[in-house]
Each structure stands twice: as structure tokens, then as C-alpha cells.
Design a protein around this ligand. Sequence first.
Ligand code: BTN
Length: 274
Amino acid sequence: MTKELDLMIPNEIKNGLGTKILGCEVISFIQTSSTNDVAMELANKGAREGLLIVAENQIKGRGRRERSWLCPMGTGILASLILRPQIEIKKADILTLLTAVSVAKAIHNLTNLHAFIKWPNDIIINNKKVSGILAEMRSDSNKIDFVIIGIGINVNIHKSQMPKEIEEIATSLSIELGNDVSRIALLQEVLRLLEDRYLRLKDGNFEEFIDEWRSLLNTIGQNVEVNLHGKVFSGHVLDVDENGALIVELSNGSIQRVFNVDDESSHISIVRRS
Ligand code: BTN
């Protein structure tokens, strides 16, 4: 059976979307370096808030902590949004959390699959990663100029197509469901859920968003290894605080907060229970 061509065509993404800002303008590529790079370049030139860049394939797809993001041509959502939020710089991390919540809920709404969030913003189904978010910001000392929200979702990657480098740790919606999912319908749902939260964020109530994010986190209660600037401690995650930092009880009984830093010097890994 030949596979129906399901391209991420701008007019189809905008058709019936119903948002006021996000995705009202869409630029699509069959292939580009990285949608985040394109969005960054356009934002630097003054592109409007809500502009969405999508691609069928990325040659230099980037993940957090300088990793690459691999997704075969035409099988995933590879999207970047330009936001120009009027919030304090130190609160910018909340945008990544809002996006993670929106992606997890959109997946559930469309597929009924239970997607969780692995701190701080990996989307997980059955212990494997299905989606990741890469937020990049330009600001001066006291004001955000723009934030690029890059979203990668493994939608219709079939088992045989999963890149060898990630097959142990990654999954896709089609692998979990046994059938393909409309990438356009899923992207539209992500945009609607994210816009709803983004508009409410402008009212300044961050607590409700942290609560919603916390309710989807699968990291609370887990045993973890905390790598703090090269020193490794084991501990148990008690909770997250009002800024999204992990509260970890280390094996010596002390309490350690772990912040969301995007470098190798501080991170956590979940210790698998055997
Ligand atoms: C991660 O989990 O490490 C973040 C992955 C983010 C991947 C997306 S795909 C679209 C956008 N363009 C990129 O180069 N990266 C993000």
C-alpha cells in the first residue's frame, strides 16, 4: 500500500486553527538546517510574534545540551514559534513548561495515550521520549526581545525507521498506537492549548501553570542521580518548587534544589528500578 502524502502545508495548518496569535502566519520547508535557526534569523529581523516555522526534515536539528534531534523526513512535527512575551527574564523558563504541558495534553486529546513530562520538559510515553522542546531567547539586561520555542514530536516514525542512535530511548505515537496520526491535527491542538496558556500567562499568575505541569511530571517520587557541576549524588525527588526547580533529598539526608540548566555541568538522570 502506498503511503498517503501528508505534508505540513501552511494553509492546511491555518485552516480551522482558531488561534489569535500562534500559527497565524506559517512558513514551511521540505528541508532546512533547523527550524529554530530559521526562526531565530527571522525574529532578529523583526518577524512578528506567533510566526510558525515548520519543516519535513532538518539537516542540523538541535536538542538541549548540544545534542542533535533526529527525525526521518516527513514523520514528525518539527516546528518553531516566535514569541515576544512581556514577562521578567527570570520567568522565561515557564514558557518551556507551558509548552511541555500543551504537547502532553494535545497528545492525550488526540490519541488517548498518557503522555508524562520528565523534568524539566521531555515528553514521555511508556518510559520513552516522544517529544522535546528547545527554547532559545534573545534579551538585553532587563527585557526579553524574543523567545524561540522549538518543538519536536515523533509522530509517525515506524519502528524500522527509528534512528539506531535513539531506538533504545525514543518512541513515536505511531509505534505506541499501531497506527499513524495526523501531524496537522496534532500541531493545531498544540497551538490552541499553548495559546490559551500563553494568553493567560500575561495576567501574571504563574502558580496555576506550575501546578498543572507538576501534575504531569513523572519525576516526583523517583530515585535520581544528580550531577551538580561534575559531582554525582544519589537522591529521591520530593517535589518541585514554585520556580520549577526539583527538590531532591540526597542520600545523606540533605535537601538539594536542582535548577533547569541547559549544560552538561548540572543535570539529573532517573535511576531505573530493577
Ligand atoms: C530536546 O529534547 O533536546 C529538545 C529537542 C527540540 C527539537 C526541536 S525540532 C524543531 C526545533 N528545531 C530544532 O533544531 N530543534 C527543535
